[in-house]
Design a protein around this ligand. Sequence first.
Ligand SMILES: Cc1cc2nc3c(=O)[nH]c(=O)nc-3n(C[C@H](O)[C@H](O)[C@H](O)COP(=O)(O)OP(=O)(O)OC[C@H]3O[C@@H](n4cnc5c(N)ncnc54)[C@H](O)[C@@H]3O)c2cc1C
Length: 324
Amino acid sequence: MRMRSSAGGRDLREFSFEEEAPGRCGRWRGGCSSRRWPPSSRRAPSPSRPSSNRSPGKGPRAHCWSSRTAGGYGRRWLSAATAIARWMGFSEPRFVGHMAFRGLADYAGAGGQPFEPKVNYIYGRGLRAGFVPVSPTKVYWFICFNSPIPGPKNTDAEVLKREVLELVRGWPDDLVAVMRSTPDAAVVKTPLVDRWLWPGVAPPASRSGVVLVGDAWHPMTPNLGQGACCALEDAVVLARRLAPAVLAGGDVGEAMSGYERERWGRVFPLTARAGLVGALVQWGNPVVCAVRDGVVIPRLVRLGPFLEHTNFECGLLEPVAPSP
Ligand SMILES: Cc1cc2nc3c(=O)[nH]c(=O)nc-3n(C[C@H](O)[C@H](O)[C@H](O)COP(=O)(O)OP(=O)(O)OC[C@H]3O[C@@H](n4cnc5c(N)ncnc54)[C@H](O)[C@@H]3O)c2cc1C
């Protein structure tokens, strides 16, 4: 992982996952890439293709549709989820005062992307960006910036791309080059929102046989890179609770309540922590940014403790006997 300042691209710190947080890279941000890709991986998986995750001898673990990290979230922003959560008594997700652009640069026509398998962060004032190669031909990037209101939803791809390039004018060349290598249609703009599930205040996660998982239940800001990870963990835990109840004709409502009890302790603290981290890293005050760039990042940040939250084991889904 490499951290730089937007001012002249000065290096602030370089971390090695292997040395400081062995085994964590694959659990952070849903799996960054600390390895070289084998030639057989030349073709990036389609973001909407179902991925069947089977481990030999252990039966099916989870069958899931991979999340559309750079596409789906922004375009159909919480539409169905918001309506159902409202019906269940939840408040609207809260806009936290930050917006994000995300994109997927495509280097297929250039014979592959030229980057080391590293996560790159660049910090400015009230503005930060990052990019990471995710396949031999694709590089994912993001930029978060402060904004008092989300503003009107704009889906004009060309306008969005221009807006992004304007935000990073004068920033390190490699970041700008990644953004320029992104097809206009692969850029999305998203308001960052969350909803804190305060104990005693938040309504139950299920009602009348409907249960919430993922962002529909606990939208969190992306500052810890855990929203999609938690959505997948929810799915595994819920399936493990529901399967026996459904097969035995038991109490599905109780299974859903058990799922909520099991998951709340994981998702509430993460939502809160992600919100607090976002408030810190998005500060635009020049003195705070100077301390961050001069002291906090170079001397104080430790990768192992910082990634502690990724150390979560939600277990496997054991096969269940089919109903007669
Ligand atoms: C800038 C940014 C960066 C992020 N980075 C990370 C990261 O690094 N790691 C991480 O783990 N998470 C990250 N996240 C969070 C992650 O994207 C979400 O937590 C995750 O996508 C939630 O998954 P979900 O399945 O609950 O919801 P979604 O991914 O939103 O899926 C909901 C689906 O429902 C569909 N839908 C909506 N309405 C309807 C309807 N009426 N009918 C049918 N379908 C409908 C939508 O099209 C969508 O496909 C990031 C989020 C943002 C905004």
